[in-house]
Design a protein around this ligand. Structure first.
Ligand code: PMV
Length: 323
């Protein structure tokens, strides 16, 4: 029984949050904190899961029952990923999965997407159906939509391709950008944001004033297009300014919290080029793009504003087979 171990990076959304759900572009970077998944094909007709970071000490379910009945929250993405894989590439036997993560599932680095990508990649290696990145994206994105019903798939793309990507909602464009490491500071707000709930709340809001929200998304698109140029030419001052504009748009969508705003202002006042929330909002993290020589002051300011600094490096490698 051969065990395949795969890892995939977490991610941070740089600009384009929410608009990307509406077929607009975004810029996303993979970060160097990774999800690790080991998979083996077993003789029993069961899925067995150990995921200590998700409070799953031992979970077992018959393969033919996957996707039915109660599924503990921490097991959902692994279970539906295994179900979707077996439906597409049937094989005899069961699957044993163990996950460990270098980042907490509460910070919004995309643990569910990274785990989904790892499980599918490891299963494909274990059963000899090597999936190319495009097929892996489609199967992982289907898994996320089966569970959440909403989502652009940007986090799946970051887990697969790594690096910095220009991504259009649903994966219509996935373009790796030649960008070197960005001087980014990440501050956790102390509260987990519930992405599907927030995305659905924004969808409801749009119905009340579609034209105005459409123009918010148009401006977001302009920020992403300008931001792409700025990143490719190392224009961090310009990119920071675009981040600040993007935060204004997210405040307009109603997803900024007081805590995130306090951390953003603290970072800007301490010399950041720009600061904004990253992802759905309602909690999770903010990011600040900073001059290297101001990093310490900006980290201190974010901490004083009630945030917890999480050290990350951007531009991490995408999914890879480790053993
Ligand atoms: O909350 P996160 O980090 O999973 O990011 C969500 C980003 C959204 O644009 C709001 C949703 C999506 O799927 O793109």
């Amino acid at each position: 029984m051969k065990t395949i171990t795969v890892s995939a990076p977490g991610k941070l959304l740089l600009i384009g949050d929410h608009a990307v759900v509406y077929n607009r572009p975004c810029l996303v970077t993979a970060v160097d904190q990774r999800m690790w998944v080991s998979v083996s094909v077993t003789a029993q007709q069961d899925l067995e899961l150990k995921a200590k970071d998700l409070a799953i000490s031992r979970y077992k379910k018959e393969i033919k029952a996957l996707g039915t009945g109660d599924i503990p929250k921490g097991a959902t993405f692994v279970e539906i990923a295994v179900k979707n894989y077996i439906e597409k590439f049937p094989f005899q036997g069961g699957v044993s999965v163990e996950t460990t993560s270098e980042f907490s599932s509460t910070v919004g680095f995309g643990s569910s997407s990274a785990a989904t990508v790892c499980v599918l990649k490891a299963l494909s290696e274990a059963t000899g159906n090597t999936l190319d990145n495009d097929s892996l994206f489609k199967l992982a994105y289907k898994t996320v939509l089966d569970i959440q019903g909403v989502g652009s798939g940007f986090d799946i793309a970051a887990a697969i391709y790594g690096g910095v990507l220009y991504f259009v909602g649903g994966g219509k464009v996935i373009e790796p950008l030649a960008v070197s490491t960005m001087p980014l500071i990440v501050g956790y707000s102390g509260k987990k944001g519930d992405t599907p709930t927030i995305v659905k709340a924004v969808a409801e809001k749009i119905k009340t004033n579609p034209g105005i929200y459409e123009s918010i998304f148009d401006t977001s698109t302009a920020c992403v297009e300008e931001g792409k140029k700025a990143l490719l030419s190392g224009g961090f001052v310009r990119f920071g300014e675009l981040m600040n504009i993007a935060e204004g748009l997210l405040a307009g969508l109603g997803v900024e919290t007081l805590q995130l705003a306090a951390m953003n202002y603290a970072a800007r006042n301490a010399g950041a080029y720009g600061a904004k929330l990253s992802g759905a909002g309602g909690g999770d993290c903010m990011i600040a793009l900073v001059p290297y020589d101001r990093s310490n002051d900006i980290e201190k300011a974010i901490t004083q504003a009630g945030g917890t600094v999480i050290p990350v490096k951007t531009n991490a490698q995408g999914v890879r087979v480790e053993a």
